[in-house]
Design a protein around this ligand. Sequence first.
Ligand code: PMP
Length: 411
Amino acid sequence: MKQDSPYDVDVLRKEFPILDKEVNGHPLVYLDSAASAQKPRAVIEAQREYEAHFHSNIHRGVHTLATKATEAYEGVRAKLKNHINASKREEIIFTSGTTDSINLVAGTWGRANLKKSDTIVLTRLEHHSNIVPWQILAQEKGFAIEVVEIKENGELCENSLKEKLALSPKIVCVSHVSNTLGTINDVKNITKQAHQVGALVLIDGAQAAPHKTIDVQVIDCDFYAGSAHKMYGPSGVGFLYGKHELLCQMPPCRGGGEMIESVSFEKQTTFNVPPYKFEAGTPNLSGVVGYGAAIDWINSLGLDNIAAHENSLLEYASSKLLQIEGLRLIGTAKSKASVISFLVDGIHPSDIGTLLDQLGIAVRTGHHCTEPIMTKLGIPGTVRASFAAYSTFSEVDALVAGVERAVKMLR
Ligand code: PMP
């Protein structure tokens, strides 16, 4: 099945060495990009090039390689600042990923500012990484966690949001895009409402950054977190955006080299300014360089083009899958990104996933680190196919044929 796309997907796929692979005797059909996207040669090469020719520790040395490595690393910070339209490069902290970024906010801002009588607000849609760091801190501090509920279709319930905001929470933590249901939340509007009651807003952008143009100044959020490996970049790298005045007030949470101004046994140790205050130790240097290449790669293709392609795939896959008897889509929000979760009556999702794998089709099954969604919907998990810039209509056809075959075998 061939359909219109804003770019030539077959040509684009040649940039991804892994997409040529066979798995279990079949051409790989990779429909698990929401878990981690594959990398184009430009990213793999940028990392290799850095390791082979430029590697040295950053910030500390006066020698040529140290200067080159520092320039490369700080250059990516500037690139990321432009990519999400932060107002200053100091607002971008490199982390090991979204999980690390959220733990950083909980461990610094949260530990310094939340007390027993406080309330914070999360949503039913959150990934465990935007729930558990807050629960761990709540055990220590005793504050209350309130949860914004979802509607049947996977959209956030506006009344529930209003009720929770009426409790005057200190922070609202919400995903931009749900990794399980694909729901795109109106984070600009949520941020505006949260600010009206004096709450800060943290946005988990792990699933949004690969598919949407992010403008943190337009959203006006206080924190925004993302992961490179969901954006065609390396794993073990990500970012936390934070408004500069907040980052200046926040205490550091990890001590070590680079995050200090002066260390003394005789006087008080003093700390560096943001972002360095939050970047103790030697970071994942080649990973950050690879992240820079991934951002260039995304921009050369254009996020709007990627989104247009993925939306056509989503529409096509939804209509094809719904023709399978007993199949229901889980998550039918009006505004959705390129994730499609489904269940087939009477068949466990992991059985479908296992049979698809035998055909070389990689999908994810289970709760996708969102157990509270499963509890609410009363389901054990879902089968989740997710798309990226390189996904094709014929891969959707292969998925649909694979599910039909699995259903025949398992019924
Ligand atoms: N939030 C969401 C919505 C996600 O999809 C993921 C990854 N599955 C994460 C957070 C965690 O990202 P990472 O593992 O890169 O820290």
